[in-house]
Design a protein around this ligand. Structure first.
Ligand code: PA5
Length: 441
């Protein structure tokens, strides 16, 4: 088995969970089997898609076709947005420049991006599985209009590629009617689990990310998890700790403390995955669900001077995962002439990456001293292989946590409810399709 590019250390996770207490409600092994079965049965597809060479080829071919454009506007929201953004901002590739929008209707935010784009050198990738999401489609029609103005109506179709459902949806229909290119999101892969489908892989490949290495890391992590280990796999243990601290000790705030600014967007991807998957009203047996962790993102060392006071001395209602990076390429050092400045005497001449490691370790130890439950994920370095593995780590942990909470981690009825109400309000405001019986808000 090849050495994994990430590791998980949980010796301080037990905290005050009794030594004899099992860390998970149903047996961890059963939950592992249940998640495995979701994939073997084809109900979920985000592990199997990693091996689909034909699918990967279709994405790479599309990326090649669109590589003549120096810029790509990527439009999407939630699961159709956060994954590509996360990897792009962690790796900072240098081929096609990606611009992200379609995740807001805040006019200033939309204009900030659309006004800055050089439209004559730009293509558009609009991503929506349902094919009708308001924020994304509103931005798309504005973007298309700008493209038309710049390059002429006839040349627009060759600059638009839609990533959407393989069979249904208004976006798919529009793409077929107008002759736009289409990439498919497999039916059995939901938005927040779709970063390693065309949703993430197409824009990332276009930008110059090595998507084969991303998949390599993902496959390594998946295969390691699928191996029959005598003891529970560390991903299963990770999920079990999160669930146990909430259900046994009411620690329902899950903090991801990332010690690298370039992992901030990644943390936001995790935040959506965790929140949208695990915040559910009912359990699978139909009973009311009383649990649901609140994910919180912190970035070190910045947030040592923001949230750490609360973490250290505030209510004991949180658990912590540190995400640290072993190797940094940048060679920056504190100049040695800082020695004459007394507060810097010990630090002068040291590498910034060593300061960063000392700050992460110091904070970790202080929280451990305060008896906070705390674990650590270590990435060898920030590259495609590590990030691919980290994505699968969290997707599997989410699926496992769903099993342990006994909820469906793969639907999002709460999000849908908000979408339906927004559409109704917009319809009411515009004064059409209003009937006297229709509620006013
Ligand atoms: O994870 C999810 O399912 C959601 O966050 C969706 O990705 C998000 O609502 C966007 O949906 P769509 O891809 O249909 O535009």
């Amino acid at each position: 088995m090849p050495k994994l590019p990430i590791s998980y250390e949980d010796s301080l996770m037990r905290a005050d969970l009794g030594a004899t207490e099992r860390v998970s409600p149903p047996d961890l092994h059963e939950a592992h089997k249940a998640v495995l079965n979701l994939h073997k049965s084809g109900v979920q597809g985000w592990l199997n898609i990693l091996d689909d060479q034909g699918y990967l080829k279709s994405i790479e071919e599309a990326a090649k076709k669109f590589s003549k454009f120096k810029n790509c506007l990527v439009l999407g929201i939630g699961g159709s947005d956060l994954g590509a953004r996360a990897i792009y901002s962690a790796i900072k590739p240098e081929k096609t420049k990606l611009w992200f929008s379609g995740d807001t209707t805040d006019p200033e935010e939309v204009l900030k991006v659309l006004d800055a784009i050089p439209w004559d050198k730009t293509c558009v990738n609009v991503i929506s599985k349902s094919g009708k999401t308001l924020e994304t489609m509103a931005a798309f029609f504005e973007a298309r209009q700008r493209l038309e103005k710049k390059v002429g109506a006839k040349k627009v179709a060759e600059r638009i590629i839609c990533t959407t459902d393989p069979e249904d949806g208004d976006l798919r229909e529009l793409a077929i009617k107008k002759g736009y290119s289409i990439l498919e999101i497999p039916k059995n892969i939901g938005g927040r689990f779709s970063v390693l489908t065309a949703v993430g892989l197409f824009p990332l490949a276009l930008a110059g990310i090595n998507v084969r290495n991303l998949l390599k890391g993902a496959v390594m992590m998946r295969n390691d998890w699928m191996e029959e280990h005598g003891a529970a796999h560390f991903i299963d243990r990770f999920a079990a700790w999160q669930v146990a601290h909430e259900t046994r000790k009411k620690r329902n705030i899950h903090v991801l403390f990332a010690y690298s600014g370039c992992l901030y967007s990644f943390s936001n991807w995790w935040r959506q995955l965790w929140a949208e998957s695990l915040g559910k009203a009912t359990r699978r047996n139909g009973q009311k669900n009383f649990y649901g962790p609140t994910p919180v993102v912190s970035v070190g060392p910045t947030d040592q001077h923001s949230q750490l006071q609360l973490y250290q001395e505030g209510p004991d209602d949180k658990i912590y995962t540190f995400l640290t990076v072993q190797a940094h390429d940048a060679k920056l050092k504190v100049p040695s002439n800082a020695k004459s400045f007394v507060p810097m005497a010990e630090t002068a001449g040291k590498k910034f990456k060593d300061l960063l490691a000392a700050e992460a370790n110091g904070t970790f130890e202080a929280l451990a001293d305060a008896k906070r439950p705390i674990g650590r994920i270590v990435l060898e370095k920030v590259d495609e292989v590590s990030l691919g593995a980290l994505i699968i780590f969290y997707e599997l942990a989410t699926a496992m946590a769903g099993e342990l909470y006994e909820i469906n981690a793969f639907d999002q009825p709460g999000v849908e409810a908000g979408k339906v109400r927004t559409r109704r309000l917009l319809t009411l405001q515009q004064g059409f399709r209003v009937t006297p019986s229709e509620p006013r808000g």
